[in-house]
Design a protein around this ligand. Structure first.
Ligand SMILES: Nc1ncnc2c1ncn2[C@@H]1O[C@H](COP(=O)(O)OP(=O)(O)OP(=O)(O)O)[C@@H](O)[C@H]1O
Ligand SMILES: [Mg+2]
Length: 275
């Protein structure tokens, strides 16, 4: 067998809910795929999964069937626009604040079996900073924080970043301001947060790209399609194209065997440390 390409593993988080994580995850995934990349999206919101809606996919089974042992990961994966593979989350299950040993073992087992050649593995996380979210964030190589230019979103994003840096020594944190009225607004928002992070945490985060507030986002969801295929020339689609190019230019100096080995190993390590 030939060597696999290293897979870039990206976790998409926020502090506050409803700021656009799923919108960003889905549209970034489809945009990267339309630029020729092999992409898998994991809806890791195990309480209130909805990436399948934004992607416009029918999902007969979901991750709860994998955790219960009824299905394998391959049984539940569906293919969406531009060939993006979706691992549907476990909707309807009570919100999982922290994964138990069985569930962790199930996740590790499930993803160990993925032998697809992937360029990007994107993890759409639940809101907030539960142990489960932290476990996933620690297992990623890049962490993107989506936030809005609103006091509560800014405060929660900062709180999340603070925990990531101080308690988990995570780096490679990038910001994606969403719902802005101009790229300028997003850059200014980044600048002010980054200076607080530098002053109070002695660290820094990266600016990725901002996504403009665009009514086409809502219209695309209503028509069960990702924005970037529904309205490719909309303002927000252009922003997603620019974001995808920034993401493709990100370097990863983490030595990787390829595949999802890294993700699986880090979930196991994190659980052993905390369990
Ligand atoms: N750039 C945008 N322009 C207009 N509407 C947007 C934009 N981004 C997101 N939205 C809308 O905001 C709402 C919340 O978005 P989304 O579901 O992506 O947030 P989320 O952070 O994943 O939420 P949750 O925390 O519940 O998982 C959706 O109705 C979505 O259509
Ligand atoms: Mg979401």
């Amino acid at each position: 067998m030939f060597d696999q390409q290293p897979t870039q593993i990206i976790g998409i988080a926020s502090g506050k809910g409803g700021v656009g994580k799923t919108t960003v995850s889905v549209n970034l995934a489809v945009m990267l795929a339309s630029l020729g990349k092999k992409v898998m999206l994991f809806d890791a919101d195990l309480g209130l999964a909805n990436a399948q809606l934004a992607l416009g996919c029918r999902t007969p089974f979901n991750f709860s069937h994998v955790l219960s042992g009824e299905k394998t990961l391959n049984d539940i994966i569906v293919e969406g626009p531009m060939g993006v593979k979706l691992v549907p989350g476990a909707s309807g299950i009570q919100h999982m604040a922290s994964l138990n040993e069985m569930q962790t073992a199930g996740i590790i087992q499930a993803f160990s079996d993925v032998d697809e050649d992937l360029d990007y593995f994107i993890v759409d996380l639940a809101a907030g900073l539960s142990d489960t979210v932290m476990t996933f964030l620690c297992a990623c190589q890049h962490r993107f924080i989506v936030l809005k230019n609103e006091p509560s979103s800014i405060a929660d994003a900062y709180g999340t970043i603070k925990v990531m840096i101080q308690e988990h020594q995570l780096d490679r944190i990038g910001l994606i301001p969403n719902g802005v009225f101009s790229q300028d607004e997003g850059e200014r928002l980044f600048g002010s947060i980054n200076s607080v992070i530098q002053n109070f945490l002695g660290s820094r985060v990266e600016y990725l790209h901002s996504i403009t507030q665009d009514e086409m986002v809502l219209r695309s969801i209503k028509s069960s399609q990702p924005l970037v295929t529904f309205a490719p020339s909309s303002i927000a689609s252009r922003d997603f194209r620019a974001l995808a190019k920034v993401v493709m230019a990100l370097e990863s100096d983490i030595p990787m065997d390829g595949g999802l080995q890294f993700f699986v190993e880090r979930i196991a390590t994190h659980q052993t440390k905390n369990g």
